[in-house]
Design a protein around this ligand. Sequence first.
Ligand code: XMP
Length: 506
Amino acid sequence: QILILDFGSQYTQLIARRVRELNVYCEIHPYNKVPEITDDIKGVILSGSPCSVRDEGSPDLDLDSLRGKLPLLGVCYGSQLLAQKYGGEVLPSEIREYGRANLSHIDTHYDLLKEMTHGSQVWMSHGDTIKELPAGFDVIASTASVRVAAFKIKNEETYGIQFHPEVTHSVEGKNLLRNFVVHICGCSQDWTSDVFIDATVAELKAKIGDDKVVMGLSGGVDSSVAATLIHRAIGANLYCVFVDNGLLRKNEFEEVLHSYKDMGLNVIGVDAKQRFYDALAGISDPEAKRKAIGNAFIEVFDDEANKLEGVKWLGQGTIYPDVIESVSVKGPSATIKSHHNVGGLPDFMKLSVVEPLNTLFKDEVREVGRALDIPETIVGRHPFPGPGLAIRILGDITAEKVKTLQEVDYIFIQGLKDHGLYDQVWQAGAILLPIQSVGVMGDERTYEKVVALRAVGSVDGMTADWIHLPYEFLGKISNEIINRVKGVNRVVYDISSKPPATIEWE
Ligand code: XMP
């Protein structure tokens, strides 16, 4: 595997994704918690950083313990750290360099740059630049304004690059990473979904043995794939709980429950709609809604888990970005849910946790799901927030409003599917607004609700842009909604990107 040491760059996860796309396993660790360098680790990548190596107290690392022992690639900050530590000079760039540049000089004799083309476009994002390299460091690529765009240390497989090969605007970035990971580090490209599944199932079997596992399913990709893997390992000793919180999409509870049963999972479906509506009654504040839903879920799940006897493990669909977030350079996420600390832990939370997907990115989870033959309706489904339609109904929640929004959402999502647009959209949904507007239907004046439609493109939900759905499609859907859903007389389309807006309205 490849070890990526993170200095806090926004692009570190992207480096990992690119390496994984080469079918090579890699892990991200914070620069100040370097794991033991075992024989499994074939090379190290040092990430970029928002900091400057010139600042006092900027992230630092004992490079002597790595240099010359295994191949090393410094990216941006990582390369500046290498240059500065061994006697080079790093200075602020005259202008902050951000955006596309071209490698006007590139020495393809070096393994790192093999088969790359003269003039290759790369992505720059840095405020510092390497002015002088230490003795024994050779410049191997330059752009018009950055002399040291890439370097190699003589007689060792240590490289530095000023640009970001992980960003797709670096057109041959993937070549460069392949050169490093495959040719220089000698990693074999055999990390595939099937290998992952076999290894994970064997690991789960050894870990869990004959114990029982309980797990909450949400209908989403992550929990479904995690459950399927655990089920492969331990069969009927896995007990799944799928809660109808009354905030799911139209027919979703029945359909998903049906799919789970078809997949052979041992699922207990719990109708807790009223319990959630009661918990939400009169609450309009978005965070208060989330809290009420979280608490209600814990209560319902605890009740169900307590009905099972002799359970030792709690299965969870945690994926790698959540893990990275909790051990990141920036420190653990501050959003530890407050209800976990109130009045002691619920019984099920005292169980040992098993998280078979905690090394995978979302797209890898989908691939594994497909390799496990999980139906496309589950694997290819858009992300859907845990609090469900509650955060798409602005204001307080009632069963009637949920019903209205379910109908609107159904027309929109079904329309996307029927017009072949669903897979082009990362996430879509409808929002019920707490305002009424005047309309006219036949000869009658109406004064009814407004709904907004939202469809975004994104890679990971961190940033997103609105999708330019065809006008004809939007017109057709708007007509259908107004004609068929009682109480709605106006449809608008949300054209805000994230940032500065968010995907959900609450
Ligand atoms: P935002 O609205 O922050 O959403 O741009 C980013 C992604 O996260 C989902 N989301 C949630 N998921 N619980 C969840 O499980 C939540 O409270 C929650 N809020 C937002 C949202 O649907 C989008 O995919």
